[in-house]
Design a protein around this ligand. Sequence first.
Ligand SMILES: [Zn+2]
Ligand SMILES: [Zn+2]
Length: 483
Amino acid sequence: MTLLIKNVKAIDPRHKLSDGVDVFVRDGKIAKVGKQLDVKADETLDGKGQTLVPGFIDLHVHFREPGGGHKETVATGARAALKGGFVGAVSMPNTQPAADNAAIVEFILKRAREAEFNIFPCGALSKGREGKEISAMLELKNAGCVAVSDDGNYLRNPLVARRAFEYASQVGLIVMSHVEIPELTKGGVMNEGYVSTVMGLKGMPAVSEVIAVATDIELAKMTEARLHISHLSSGAALEKIKRARSEGLQITCEVTPHHLALTENALKTYDTNFKMNPPLRTEEDRQAMLQGVLDGSIDVIATDHAPHQFEEKDQEFELAPFGVIGLETAFAVSYTELSQKAGPAALEILIDRMAITPANILGLGQFNEIAEGSAANFTLLDLNAKWTISKEDFASKSKNSCFLGREVRGRVVATVCNGKLYRWNTHPVASGAVTVQSGCHSGEGRNLSAKGGLAFGGKTSKQDASLRWHDTHPERLPGATPL
Ligand SMILES: [Zn+2]
Ligand SMILES: [Zn+2]
């Protein structure tokens, strides 16, 4: 299978690339990058007006399998990721049962292979994520884990935490920490402050995050664990991280697009799609998060993609589960927010925070470089497209987005993952806006989903309209429509 992207603006800050290059992919690798390549390919794509960037890697997703397949499967999660321009993701271990042993990790990796997607599993930090006994980390590492976390829970017992950090350090696993002091947040549903008081809802104070970050920093100093702070939400906690880094600690952190774009004020609608943990905080915190992404003190943008079904979210605020989906909106939301602050520089910053730094943290080498010999994992963007985020567009099995109806700029038009091309259909509508519809095709007719979903019969034609497809499952995979 060969693929040629012609005349595209390619950007990879790790390499000097000129405007208007051709990128030739053969057998899953970038075989050639250059001006007007004289090569024949099975499939050719005109990249004019588009920007080709390293494929994104999400350090924090919940794909729910095993145990939560009604919310998301690895296959549907992978599809949502691909549609968002992601070529890899770190899966969190709070599945049912928890990913605290090799069998579960191997199952997730098998599902990932079936979905033709790159999952880097994060195993549990403690057995069953219960915080009582450390997990079998060597077994997890040998099964393919890159990190350990009790995400959803914070490992509260400092002695167990110390042992877990020590073991992770010895085994060479990153500790990804969900930073929250449960005694301070118990029963809380949103940020604690003026807005929660006015709304009469129980709050979760930012100091909970600050104390947990400070504790983990001290444990990381003591144990030499490689610490990565998940979904940072408060400016005060970021200050702790900056201080630790200035003192020489190797520590990284991530922020979600929703913490860059929204504040606690969004909850005034009582819409449970704004209920997430950590909660949306103040405008001051949001500005601190944006500034952190711009100046690099926040290393990574990760989605914390947390699918829940409509019925689960559609209940009283106190009862609805925490979490929102985010893979398919991450780039556009982040690009829209950062462009307002940094102008054209926003793109290179985003490439770093969404593609290069995540690859570096995972030690992935040439996984997503735009260079000859690298694996073909890249994303094609239309930076000028304006579109409105709509429920109908999601490939994810769940629709619990906090950005429904939001106008954003910048779209993923195609993703190449492990050398395979996925094109996302777009068509302009009135008022100059663009809505997203997705479809997908590869060079060969093949079944893309592990269980049910879509099968693309017939050969791919250069004419999108002639692309043949059909359902193999009565319940069509959401978000996928014929090109
Ligand atoms: Zn978490
Ligand atoms: Zn999470």
